[in-house]
Structure formats: C-alpha cells, structure tokens
Design a protein around this ligand. Structure first.
Ligand SMILES: C[S@@+](CC[C@H](N)C(=O)[O-])C[C@H]1O[C@@H](n2cnc3c(N)ncnc32)[C@H](O)[C@@H]1O
Length: 463
C-alpha cells in the first residue's frame, strides 16, 4: 500500500536541468549541449514541476515524468492540461515492479531525491531504466544523500520513525511534536545536526510532509559516492561531475593537505570521497554519462554563453567555498558587469575583457557567476514563446488559487532552455503582465523594475 505522506513541496532546482548539465559537462571536458529535439525522463517527478517547466520552455522536447504517487501524478497531469502542454507526459508506476518496455529511449534522465529513499527493488528498477532506456551518450542526473555528511542524521531518523508509529503525514506530525516535547523536557543525547536544528526551530523550518517523505521511509540511507558509482557501472554510466560547479575546482573546496591526499588517488570517485570528507554537505547532485569523451576543457568552457538572471550587483560576486570565499581580482567586476548588462556573453569573450594577469580560468569564472546565482546559460535567441506564456500564466493561476502552495517555483524560460526561480510575488507579477494588466502597489512595482529586464532577456515576457 502507498502511504499518504502529504504533498511534497514543489522544488525546482536549476541545477537539475539539461542547460546546467552542459556546464557540468564542460567543466569535465566532455562535449554535451542540449539539442533542439530531445527526450527526457524525470524519475520520481513528484508533482511534475520540473517536467512542466522543461516542456514549456522547450516545445520540441518530449518530457516524461514517472512517480508512484497517484495524487502527485493526477496533479501533474491536471496542470499540464490546463497549460496545454502537449509534450509533457506523466506515468504512474512503481520502480520496484516497473515494466521498462513502454518507456521511451531518452537523451537525459533525472532522479532527484529518489535513490537514497527507496528500497533495493526500486533501486534495481531505476538501474534497469538507466541501463535499458538511456541512449549512448545520454546523461543521467542523480541527487542523493551522501556519507559521511548525512551519517550523523541517522539516529534522528531512527528516533523519528519510532515516535511516528506510521510512515504517513499524521505520523510525521506526531513525531515532530513528540521530539519537541522530549527535547524541551531535557532531551535525549541526539547529535546536534542541521536537520535537528531545523526541526527544533520555532516555528519548525521543516514541513511535516517533507519529514514524512525524507525521513519516515523505512528505506532511507545515505551512501558513499563511490558505492553509487559502482552500482551505476553496469548501466555503463561514468561519473562526469558534481552539479555544484565549484566542486570541479579542488583548490577552492579543499585545503592543501586534502588536495595532497587527493593527488595520491585516481581521478573520479576516489577523489570525490575526499571532497565528501572535507565539505560539510549531506546532499550530492551528480551527473553521469553513458560513454565519456574528452575535448579541450578551456575551449568547451569558453564557448558557453551566459546571461544575467538577476539585477547585477554593484559589488563583485563572492562565492562561499569549502575553504573560504572566492571572488574576482580587484577591478575585474566592472567590465564584466558592463558586458553582462548589455546582454548574453560567452565566457571566452568575458575573459578577453580582462588583462592576462588578472584573467580567471574559465572554470573559475563559470563557477563564480553560476554558483552565486548571478547568471544562467543561454541557448536560444529571444522570440515568441506561446507554450512558455501559457504555462507561466497557468502555473501562476494554479498556485495562487492554492493556499497551501509552497516551494521553489520556476518560470519557463525558453532562452535558458529551462526555468528561472520565482517566488509567489514573481508568479503573480507574470500573471498580471501576461494578462495585459499593470501591477498595483509599491512592492509589486519595485520588484517588477528589477525583474522585467531579466524576464525579457530570458523570453519570459515578450520584448
Ligand atoms: C523526495 S521526493 C522528490 C520529488 C522530486 N523529484 C523533487 O525533487 O521535488 C521522491 C519522489 O519519489 C517518488 N517515489 C518513491 N518511491 C518510488 C517508487 N518505488 N517508484 C516511483 N516513484 C517513487 C515519491 O513518490 C516522490 O515523489
């Protein structure tokens, strides 16, 4: 029986899109670009927001979502129908008993938040889909809980399961209340982990539905990255890199001792393990390829075009890294900022604006601009985008009508072949603009002044 764990919040991750995968591939010196026509599958798609956004931004792609949760699939289908998305398809299926035969052969597959939360039978089903339905040269994205970063959370998960008594939403509510009472009454000696801090915050920073999905499943367990790689090897998948771009730059994420240790190990999963030991993070977002090929890394990186996705700050961006903060050399930001303000620019062209002695490596510049949420990759020119308009309007109306709507939304952005993160005010502004109306109120007008040039640049609002 499928447990009712409540509605999992919508969580669009810009790093879970083919556009971003092109950057990860370039970081690894692998030639990959989103093509005009592609087939994608989001495994464990939940309520389908990623599928909707990608289908709306790329009308020539066929985007499939698969999930065991009937309510989530019904909701995903309903919004796709309202938005007239004829290239978004949703399948209700259990990975543990899945028949792979009816599934399409895919260029890209994604599974965000699935691997670490399902049992062995479902993992086998996921591996079968990857092995039998990912085309040669295809990309697979996996978002997992990693060891040792998540190890310390295991006693909390076990205690929550005992306190819940059932794997569902009421169980999560019971467990959260009992945990709070127990800790206020003197507490049990649980490790002081990030999850515990978020649960004990007032009000709690985690929703009961999130706790039910993340922690009440009996299967949850973090893995060592190299064990995930070994499990994927029979599907002929090679590790390409982390979707957190800065992690491709060991000098920015590891201290000298850690780098020295890394240098003694073979490139790939063994070296990644040193990053897992060094970085305080429990979640990994990784890209794999069915058949890695090498190209010149600098050329591949220099060829990537970026556009500003926020109002550009006056100060140079600063990126928090594993060993401190990374930024640009003195004086480098002003010319880069001016170029990005004019429109999309290639990494190579941006670097050429700087004198040789202060010119960053293209990997550093790319990581700095993308990981600090200043820029997104650009793959198309602006133009009319009726599917994106229809979806952005339908999504804004749909979520505005749902008082329980929470999460990380995105607007379909055809120029980026993906989505631009958006909150409730952004959605309502886009809805107003697409209806040909003028937003009301100072807060709305202030936000609009900052967003409109970006939305025009990315094809969300017509020029
Ligand atoms: C943690 S949620 C992630 C949802 C979505 N990918 C996201 O990032 O927001 C995991 C999803 O996997 C689905 N799932 C769990 N077990 C499954 C199974 N055996 N077969 C198919 N889907 C499953 C759940 O229903 C849920 O929607």
């Amino acid at each position: 029986m499928v447990q009712d764990r409540g509605r999992y919040s919508i969580a669009f991750q810009a790093t879970q899109t083919p556009a971003h995968f092109a950057l990860v591939a370039a970081m690894a010196g692998h030639p990959w670009r989103p093509r005009a026509r592609m087939t994608l599958l989001d495994i464990g798609c939940g309520r389908g927001h990623v599928v909707h956004v990608l289908a709306a931004a790329n009308p020539e792609w066929s985007v499939f979502g698969l999930d065991i949760d009937s309510a989530a699939i019904a909701e995903a289908r309903e919004l796709a129908a309202r938005a007239g998305l004829t290239n978004a398809f949703f399948l209700e299926a259990d990975l543990a008993t899945l028949d792979v035969a009816p599934l399409p052969h895919c260029d890209v597959m994604m599974a965000h938040g699935v691997w670490s939360w399902v049992g062995d039978a479902a993992r086998s089903g996921l591996l079968a889909v990857l092995a039998q339905r990912l085309k040669p040269g295809g990309l697979a994205y996996l978002g997992t809980n990693a060891r040792p970063g998540m190890d310390a959370e295991q006693p909390l998960q076990r205690l929550l399961r005992h306190l819940a008594g059932s794997d569902d939403l009421p169980g999560a509510e019971r467990a959260m209340a009992a945990l709070r009472g127990m800790m206020e009454a003197g507490g049990v000696p649980l490790p002081r982990t990030p999850m515990l801090a978020r649960l004990l915050a007032d009000p709690p920073l985690l929703e009961p539905a999130f706790v039910a999905h993340e922690f009440l499943t009996p299967h949850w367990r973090p893995d060592f990255h190299e064990d995930v790689c070994a499990a994927l090897a029979p599907a002929k998948l090679d590790f390409l890199g982390s979707c957190n771009l800065v992690e491709a730059l060991p000098a920015l994420v590891c201290n000298e001792a850690q780098q020295a240790l890394m240098a003694t190990l073979p490139a790939g999963p063994e070296r990644e393990f040193i990053k897992d030991l060094s970085l305080p993070r429990g979640f990994r977002a990784d890209l794999f390829v069915r058949g890695a090929r090498g190209v010149d890394r600098v050329t591949a990186l220099d060829d990537i075009a970026l556009a500003a996705c926020i109002e550009l700050p006056a100060e140079a961006p600063v990126l928090q890294t594993g060993i401190g903060r990374a930024t640009l050399p003195e004086g480098a930001w002003a010319p880069l900022r001016a170029a990005l303000a004019r429109g999309p620019a290639r990494i190579g062209a941006l670097r050429a604006l700087l004198p040789a002695e202060t010119r960053p490596h293209p990997a550093e510049l790319l990581a700095l601009l993308v990981d600090s949420d200043i820029a997104l990759p650009v793959f198309r020119a602006t133009g009319s985008a009726p599917a994106a308009d229809r979806f952005n309007r339908a999504a804004a109306e749909y979520h505005a009508a749902d008082p329980a709507a929470r999460g990380h939304f995105a607007l379909a952005a055809p120029v980026a072949a993906g989505g631009l993160p958006a909150d409730a005010l952004d959605l309502s502004l886009v809805r107003t603009l697409l209806a040909g109306q003028v937003p009301d109120g100072d807060a709305a007008r202030g936000r609009l002044a900052a967003r409109l040039p970006v939305w025009r640049r990315f094809g969300i609002i017509g020029a």
